[in-house]
Design a protein around this ligand. Structure first.
Ligand code: G4P
Length: 528
């Protein structure tokens, strides 16, 4: 329990949303509150967006979408907050899934006008798989959005999670007057501004107080009283344990761009969000309070600095204390490694750190030693579980366009797939290289990076698969037989594990029915 104080003050989380719901804006407001950036109004002037507090890859600048995942650390009210950014674009969802394995909780931003959108659904599925605690921020209340009750119902239904409002809005759009804080019993009056100033706040011990009518007008005051009675009646007090178990999500209403309702959420977040917790491994549960260091790699990022060809592996500390220049055991490679320049992130400004504690994410220079999911320990052999690879959704054959550059292409594709940009499968008994991705954009990224970084040119040939399933069986003969018989649809992943490439759901179901001795898995977790 040497590091209990450090662990207790840490909060590591990610903000997830559908693109354009306001994730970047909210992130910036958090950073302003945390004093990590000083540029109030930066969103309006678009400075931070262009120069990337969170978006720093070249390719991202070209495309103007958030490809990279970065980590921002700031202090707030005695807590050390690690905010892991996630790419908004759906084609990079795999990156986001992996980031969700490295956080202890999540803030979900929902646009009050558009409600729940496709990508939010999928991200929430991953959160639910892991019982990740979620806080919901309903953004853009300054716009004419959906009815607040309808919106809550929609979110509950679509995301299969119970909601518990902690603030309640008074109108929306141009009539938006503010929110009532159901927990602190404060009325916050809306003023449109882009600075990180304190909002107008009015403590109301009794909603029947006349001052509410004076501030809101009779009609809105009456509606608020009725709403609050209803909401209180339905929800009562928030049960923090239910939130921590991922069963109930507290809800805040606000407007990120106007910095309204953000502080209330951040204050509550600091109070209730989980501190780093113990984690499952292939061998035993690693208690977060153990003295010995352990951690895992959840993300690898290449060439942040175009002048250097380095890669940075993002490591989440799970127990003990990470120290600079100390040797640690790389479990997969069974070798000892040490890091002289580990750093913490604030986008481009990287600070070399001496130590890190559970909940922290550090960047390690990597010369090709790391793969996603690698575990570092002080000597013990185990892997952190729950960092699965999901089945890709688009499959293409990698075709070499320049035979003189075959070596470069091979090296490039190995490294890019180690980073988790895509998955590589090799056709069983052949050497056809099959690349699997979640979105089409990733193929463009691969093509671009192979050329820019490795000088290799390639093209892709579309393949008719819809899912890759990892196959296992207790009966080795049955598995061999299936593999031989279906060799056109069987491939090996990079670790040599067998996958069945299904053309359609129908084929998959047919094979499942015809081969009861073979198990089909949608994630690679089975091999951990
Ligand atoms: P994202 O990271 O989730 O993709 O969203 P981002 O924060 O970039 O916000 C998307 C757009 O929504 C931005 O406008 C942003 O200013 C706007 N926005 C964020 N919060 C609010 C809010 O509370 N109310 C309103 N009305 N708009 C909000 P943009 O025009 O795309 O960019 P910009 O020129 O304003 O930077």
């Amino acid at each position: 329990m040497k590091y209990e104080q450090e662990i207790k003050r840490r909060r590591s989380f990610a903000i997830i949303s559908h693109p354009d719901a306001g994730k970047t804006t909210l992130t910036e407001k958090f950073l302003l509150f945390g004093g990590a950036i000083q540029t109030a109004g930066a969103v309006k002037s678009n400075k931070i967006k262009k120069h990337a507090a969170s978006d720093f890859m070249e390719i991202e600048r070209q495309r103007g979408i958030s490809v990279a995942t970065s980590v921002m650390t700031f202090e707030y009210k005695g807590c050390l907050v690690n905010l892991l950014d996630t790419p908004g674009h759906k084609d990079f969802a795999e990156d986001t899934y992996r980031t969700l394995t490295a956080v202890d909780s999540v803030i979900l931003v929902v646009d009050s006008v558009n409600g729940v959108e496709a990508q939010t659904r999928r991200l929430m599925e991953v959160c639910r798989m892991r019982d990740t605690p979620v806080i919901v921020f309903i953004n853009k209340m300054d716009r004419d959005g959906k009815n607040r009750f309808d919106l809550l119902e929609e979110i509950e239904k679509e995301l299969s999670i119970s909601l518990h409002p902690l603030t309640w809005p008074i109108n929306s759009g141009k009539d938006f007057k503010g929110v009532y804080n159901l927990y602190d019993k404060n009325l916050l009056l809306f003023t449109a501004n882009t600075k990180a100033a304190e909002e107008d706040s009015l403590h109301i011990s009794d909603l029947a107080d006349e001052v509410v009518d004076q501030k809101l007008g009779d009609r809105d005051a009456e509606i608020l009283r009725e709403d609050v009675e209803l909401v209180d009646g339905v929800h009562g007090e928030l049960n923090v344990q239910d939130y921590l178990a991922g069963k109930v999500a507290p809800v805040f209403f606000g407007s990120a761009v106007n910095n309204f309702g953000v502080k209330e959420m951040l204050d509550t977040f600091i109070r209730i969000a989980p501190t780093p917790r113990s984690r499952e491994t292939s061998k035993r549960v690693i208690d977060v309070n153990e003295d010995k260091f352990s951690g895992f790699i959840f993300k690898i990022h290449a060439n942040l600095d175009p002048k250097h060809r380095d890669r940075i592996a993002f490591l989440r500390v799970c127990s003990g204390r990470f120290e600079r220049n100390k040797f640690y055991h790389h479990v997969r490679l069974d070798k000892d490694v040490r890091f002289s320049n580990p750093y913490s992130f604030l986008a481009r400004d990287k600070d070399v750190i001496e130590e890190a504690y559970p909940g922290d994410v550090i960047g390690l220079f990597d010369t090709g030693n790391f793969k996603i999911g690698d575990t570092l320990t002080e000597g013990e052999d185990f892997y952190f579980t729950g960092i699965p690879t999901f089945s890709p959704e688009i499959f293409k054959e990698l075709v070499n366009k320049d035979p003189m550059k075959t070596k470069q292409l091979e090296k490039g594709i190995m490294q890019l797939t180690d980073e988790g940009v895509a998955q590589l499968f090799t056709q069983f008994g052949g050497n056809k290289k099959i690349i699997g991705c979640v979105g089409d954009l990733q193929f463009e990224v691969i093509q671009y990076r192979l050329l820019q970084e490795y000088g290799a040119s390639c093209e892709f040939r579309t393949l008719p698969y819809y899912k890759a399933c990892w196959i296992t069986s207790n009966d080795k003969n049955k598995l061999n037989e299936f593999t031989r018989f279906k060799s056109n649809n069987v491939a090996e992943d990079k670790d040599g594990h067998l996958v069945y490439l299904a053309q359609s759901e129908w084929f998959l179901n047919t094979e499942r029915t015809n081969n009861p001795d073979i198990e089909f898995h949608f994630t690679s977790e089975v091999h951990k």
